[in-house]
Design a binder for this molecule. Structure first.
Ligand code: SF4
Length: 237
């Protein structure tokens, strides 16, 4: 996998317009989700990562006032100099809203980050991958690593959630329930459709067909719902 060839900067113009950057960090600390191979973008070379990240962040223009940073893990996996660079870019480009990703196990890092950026006049929005509120499926099949079962408690430290659809065993009713639960407890929901990757979890064409014909039309125009049929739909990756 040649990560340097990844597209690392893009602008999302519909629904919650924002610039988006894919940065490099030391990699997800969980690394056990059964459906995921994203964490292969992690690297132990902090200096090299910082240089990549600085170059990517230099492309941010501030045109929407909003920036999303993703890094195949949690924001707390980014090195200190990259975090400083993000803070500088926010100030220089008048970014007022900054979106980060964070796994459940790293939620303890959120309050300090919120307060650091609040001091710069930047509101943090933290997105977490829940994948489904069906705790048994989430933990026994997807191995997500969220022991909490109460959606309200899962949502507490976060602002936004990701859901993962298109896997055998998922149903129309279950997917709708997940989206509605996400909308109830989070500001925004991002639905990812399972794409083929190197893991043992494969997309289920029948579940995806059901999503496409019966659920997508209902939520397509909902401003609080992003839907990624392919994992590069945001223009990075
Ligand atoms: S937390 Fe995210 S990056 Fe880490 S293994 Fe799970 S899906 Fe992959």
């Amino acid at each position: 996998m040649t990560m340097e060839r990844l597209q690392r900067y893009s602008v999302i113009r519909e629904k919650n317009p924002r610039e988006i950057v894919l940065l490099k960090g030391r990699g997800c600390q969980w690394r056990r989700c059964a459906f995921c191979d994203y964490y292969l973008d992690g690297s132990p070379d902090e200096e090299a990562d910082f240089l990549v990240n600085r170059e990517v962040l230099a492309q941010v223009t501030g045109e929407t006032g909003c920036l999303e940073v993703i890094n195949s893990g949690s924001f707390s996996d980014l090195d200190d100099r990259t975090m400083d660079e993000i803070a500088s870019v926010c100030c220089a480009k008048h970014i007022r809203e900054l979106h980060f990703e964070c796994h459940w196990i790293n939620r303890g890092a959120i309050p300090k980050a919120r307060s650091r950026f609040r001091g710069l006049g930047v509101t943090l929005k933290i997105k977490t991958g829940v994948e489904t509120f069906d705790a048994e499926f989430r933990e026994n099949v997807l191995n997500k690593g969220i022991k909490e079962t109460d959606p309200a408690k899962i949502a507490e430290p976060f602002d936004e959630c990701c859901l993962l659809f298109g896997i055998a065993g998922q149903t129309k009713a279950g997917m709708i329930r997940d989206i509605e639960t996400g909308l109830k407890y989070f500001e925004r929901v991002c639905v990812n459709i399972m794409n083929e990757n190197g893991t043992e979890i494969h997309p289920d064409p029948e579940v995806i067909r059901t999503f496409r014909s019966e659920i997508l039309p209902v939520y397509r125009d909902n401003d609080r719902v992003d839907i990624l049929m392919n994992n590069t739909d945001f223009g990075v990756g």
